[in-house]
Design a protein around this ligand. Structure first.
Ligand code: ATP
Length: 362
């Protein structure tokens, strides 16, 4: 029987990924199991291989079975992947992250950057913002075409990349941003480069403004991407919800999470109208893989976002409370210098950090 159909249960697909993926996934599962014991969520887990492990076993980094399992599950936990090192697509090197975003239409990448009590943010002021990044088009040539790639070389000395902006994609991501703002401090900053990309970001701005007009209670402002990169460093505390296109959102969110504390704290959720995938903002960090030093807070926080997303969709308050409990447990553990991994200036190992958060949940 498909576990998704078990009444009251929650079936999650777990994809460990590459590099630090297996270590931070194990720590995250320890926290999810503790949360399940506390809240009786009826969690069940199914593991599939992606990335190098899958490639060694079957010649592809993203087997078709993973897509089917992801669609059948209630949610997916995806560890970081080393897709930069994969062979070409023709030799089985597919980016599992990009494939899931495209095939499950996960158009919204929600990337919070929040400073933690007792752990000073790099900009000196408390940061609590969320970047709402469009996730299916923009400059991502490997996924913004129906067939073929948006990146090509007509001659050995000429390489071109296509940036795709649609009315539908721009409108739906703006809707997500304004809905988030209504639950938060009611401010949206739209980031663009319409002064140069007049047509494509012109269309993007037109769509965002149309959505903004439907939310008169939300303060709306626009910033050009280069200025925004500087403004975040100057004072990230003034921002609430930032909405932007795919690549700008990817870059700004790494900057914002590092300003707020550490990339190792950076959680994110890829969400569509039917599916969601919890995934840390960072990559597979091969430089620290296998050393038990990676900070798993990013994936633990992402798992909490997935529970909250499921809770809101199902009107299940227990899931929403479980997510808030994980977040509070992360806060409590990080507040003590002895509860920090090396990227936060501490000495705790990945597994020990996961254990502490699991205990704090209980
Ligand atoms: P990839 O090629 O998969 O993107 P990368 O190392 O180029 O990997 P990231 O994984 O995003 O890029 O890492 C950037 C830097 O941040 C690296 O120095 C890495 O060690 C560090 N880092 C990333 N994630 C974590 C984490 N969870 N804990 C501690 N340090 C991290």
């Amino acid at each position: 029987m498909n576990a998704k159909n078990v009444k009251g249960g929650l079936h999650l697909l777990v994809l460990e990924g590459d590099g630090i993926g297996p270590e931070i996934t194990a720590a995250t599962l320890a926290v999810l199991r503790a949360t399940d014991a506390q809240f009786a969520l009826g969690l069940s887990f199914e593991t599939e291989a992606v990335g190098w492990t899958a490639h060694r076993a079957g010649g592809t980094t993203f087997p078709d079975a993973v897509e089917h399992a992801a669609k059948a599950a209630d949610g997916v936990l995806l560890g970081p992947v080393s897709h930069n090192d994969y062979p070409p697509r023709s030799e089985g090197g597919l980016n599992p992250s990009g494939e899931l975003r495209k095939r499950l239409d996960l158009y919204a990448n929600i990337r919070p950057a929040r400073s933690r009590e007792g752990f000073p943010p790099r900009c000196g002021k408390n940061v609590d913002l969320v970047i709402v990044r469009e996730n299916t088009e923009g400059f991502y040539a490997d996924r913004n075409m129906f067939m073929g790639s948006g990146e090509f070389m007509p001659t050995p000395d000429l390489a071109l990349a296509v940036r795709k902006i649609t009315r539908e994609g721009s409108t739906r991501i703006a809707e997500v941003a304004f809905k988030h703002a209504m639950q938060r401090r009611k401010k949206v900053t739209c980031v663009h480069k319409a002064n140069v990309l007049r047509m494509s970001d012109g269309l993007y701005l037109e769509c965002t403004r149309a959505v903004a007009a439907r939310y008169p209670d939300v303060k709306y402002e626009e910033r050009i991407i280069d200025a925004m990169a500087a403004l975040l460093i100057r004072d990230a505390s003034v921002f609430d919800v930032i909405v932007t296109t795919n690549m700008f959102g990817d870059i700004l969110s790494d900057e914002a999470s590092e300003i707020a504390g550490s990339l190792g704290l950076a959680a994110s959720l890829n969400a569509g109208s039917a599916h969601a995938v919890a995934q840390a903002q960072h990559g597979s960090a091969p430089d620290i893989a296998g050393k038990n030093v990676a900070n798993p807070a990013s994936l633990i926080g992402s798992a909490a976002m997935l529970l909250a997303w499921l809770g809101e969709r199902r009107g299940d308050d227990k899931l929403v409370r479980a997510a808030a409990t994980i977040e509070a447990a992360l806060d409590r553990v990080i507040a003590e210098p002895a509860g920090r991994t090396p990227d936060m200036g501490g000495e705790l190992g990945t597994d020990a950090f996961g254990k502490r958060v699991a205990e704090a949940v209980g």
